[in-house]
Design a protein. Structure first.
Length: 175
């Protein structure tokens, strides 16, 4: 029984943090619009973050875990996005699915994470977003459209920069 449980755990770890493109058979994929899910989660200080309060901003939602090496590779890109783009127009919400807040605090300090980390206890929000592997990146535009990029942080960054440089509908109608 213990061997079967160990085998299941190892298999889960191998396939849940692949860094490869996720199977697109469910209609998800690069630049595909998926269902937007509003949520409220606590950050590391215990403050509640409600995504409905950020609808006027482009948002990057990044699902990750401390044990995922590909997630670790994304930290510099996420730090860069967070520090280089205006908080009035853009926000990063990094959603951790580990559940171990003590180790998470140490990890954040060790790797210099400078963006908000939210805690998804029981992976409820990851399930609502149908996350099947991590890292998983979603970009939400100011119209509420959510784009799925899986582990492709570079395509997500291009989408974010494109959305932030595009004129808003109100600006277009004035021309």
């Amino acid at each position: 029984m213990k061997k079967n449980l160990l085998l299941c755990a190892v298999t889960f770890l191998l396939f849940s943090c692949t860094g490869k493109k996720i199977d697109d058979s469910a209609g998800l994929g690069k630049d595909r619009i998926v269902e937007t899910v509003d949520f409220v989660l606590q950050d590391m200080s215990g403050a509640e973050i409600d995504t409905r309060l950020f609808r006027d901003k482009v948002i990057l939602i990044n699902f990750w875990a401390t044990w995922c090496p590909y997630c670790l590779d994304e930290i510099p890109a996420l730090n860069d996005l967070n520090s280089s783009l205006s908080p009035e127009k853009f926000r990063v919400f990094s959603i951790n699915i580990d559940g171990d807040q003590q180790n998470l605090k140490k990890f954040i300090n060790k790797y210099g994470i400078g963006y908000p980390v939210l805690i998804d206890r029981g992976t409820k929000i990851a399930s609502l977003y149908k996350v099947r592997g991590i890292p998983a990146n979603f970009v939400i535009d100011t119209s509420g459209n959510t784009y799925f990029y899986g582990p492709d942080i570079n395509s997500a960054k291009l989408k974010i920069r494109d959305l932030l440089s595009a004129p808003k509908d109100s600006e277009i109608s004035k021309k």
